[in-house]
Design a protein around this ligand. Structure first.
Ligand SMILES: [Mg+2]
Length: 397
């Protein structure tokens, strides 16, 4: 077994690559990192890592040394080996989780290809043939165009005027479509403000309120939970069964959202789903910053777990998304078909990806679009911030 994840800029000869997912008006804020694992029998597995791809690329290179020569079908053994190797760097985190994820995903792909069966079959078989997806919409116009295309659920985002935005969208789409909001920062809401927002959102019958506060403040989740009658979701910035354990065991959320590119791989996604299942918590994998290979992995996981709820999907984040993989997933009436090919059932168009090398991977979220970051002023973005102009921010019911 061999693992390839060379420098993105020096891509070509040895098999791994990244692509700049250029969002409209924002360059360099999204990168996708794909990993290829080669076996001596000629089977090649592919995977995807998220969590700071250009850093993870180096981590994958480091892990290579402990994987070469191993039997790729012993996935759990290799996962444990990687975990032990990363532990010395201050535990796993989402960057280490991302590195393990890409490799783990590729190992599942190899195993499926070797046995000529889809990954969902290796996970215990299929519960469903298609997976419901939700799209992103922040304006009535976008929401209605998605509705026209058969999308059945939408999510709006950000902490700018969330209550009025949700009210406007609910009014526009009516009651048949599901609606949700992601309150992620920066700047993140304080627990007190998040509780107030959550209460104000109660009348709009949301499928979930996502990340109402920053992820490290688990006690804050308890405060929101005790204050408002809304369905809470979180978990995209946590990795492995250990990282998500408290969120689930303390019943702090109703929906857990591990990221298929950095939660620790298919091996961990299946276990996290089982942890959640025991608490009657649903799973809706985070997919907002992921490329199309991780999306395939999420489809296999959601096909096989009983508590799979819905999958996030941003199909227009980069114009080349559909060309990056073959075949492109089939979307119909708000659902994606579960793939039937061996392994993950997808391949990468390497020639196409090669034309789009990674260039940059840090940004201040929202700054380019909203102009929220103005140094030295009250608009300067800090990590957590009390909401000002409170009479405007918290509209009366
Ligand atoms: Mg989110």
């Amino acid at each position: 077994m061999q693992v390839d994840a060379p420098n993105l800029r020096g891509w070509a000869s040895d098999g791994s690559f990244g692509t700049k997912a250029t969002r409209q008006g924002l360059t360099g804020t999204r990168n996708w990192l794909f990993v290829k694992v080669h076996t001596d029998e000629g089977i090649v597995g592919i995977g995807e890592c998220s969590g700071w791809p250009r850093v993870i690329q180096t981590a994958v290179q480091d892990l290579k040394s402990i994987l070469i020569g191993e039997d790729p079908t012993h996935i759990e053994r290799l996962w444990q080996k990687m975990m032990c190797a990363i532990m010395g760097h201050g535990m796993v985190g989402t960057v280490g989780g991302g590195a393990m994820t890409g490799i783990d995903m590729a190992l599942w792909d190899i195993k499926g290809k070797a046995l000529n069966t889809p990954v969902w079959n290796l996970l215990g078989g299929k519960i469903r043939d298609r997976i419901r997806i939700y799209a992103h919409a922040n304006t009535a116009e976008v929401a209605l165009s998605l509705k026209k295309r058969g999308i059945t659920a939408i999510k709006c985002g950000g902490v700018s005027d969330p209550v009025r935005k949700v009210a406007m969208l609910r009014d526009a789409i009516g009651d048949e479509m599901d609606l949700m909001i992601d309150l992620h920062g920066p700047p993140w809401l304080t627990p007190a403000d998040a509780a107030q927002v959550a209460r104000a959102l109660e009348p709009y019958r949301l499928m979930f309120v996502e990340d109402p506060i920053a992820p490290e403040n688990l006690d804050g989740f308890r405060r929101i939970r005790d204050s408002a009658n809304v369905t809470l979701a979180a978990g995209e910035r946590m990795a492995t069964v250990y990282g998500l354990r408290e969120l689930i065991e303390k019943d702090l959320v109703d929906i857990v959202q591990p990221d298929t590119g950095r939660a620790g791989g298919i091996t961990q996604m299946k276990k996290i789903a089982a942890q959640a299942e025991a608490h009657h918590i649903m799973m809706a994998p985070h997919s907002g910053s992921l490329g199309p290979v991780a999306e395939y992995a999420a489809l296999h996981v959601l096909a096989a777990i009983p508590n799979g709820l819905i999958l996030e999907r941003i199909e227009d984040d980069w114009v080349g998304r559909a060309q990056t993989v073959v075949p492109h997933p089939l979307q119909e009436n708000g659902f994606l078909k579960v793939p039937d090919g061996p392994g993950l059932g997808v391949d990468i168009d390497e020639a196409f990806v090669k034309q789009h090398p990674s260039e940059c991977n840090v940004s201040i979220p929202g700054a380019a679009k909203s102009g929220a970051y103005a140094e030295g002023t009250y608009d300067e973005q800090v990590y957590v911030q009390t909401r000002l102009k409170r009479g405007v921010y918290f509209p009366k019911g």
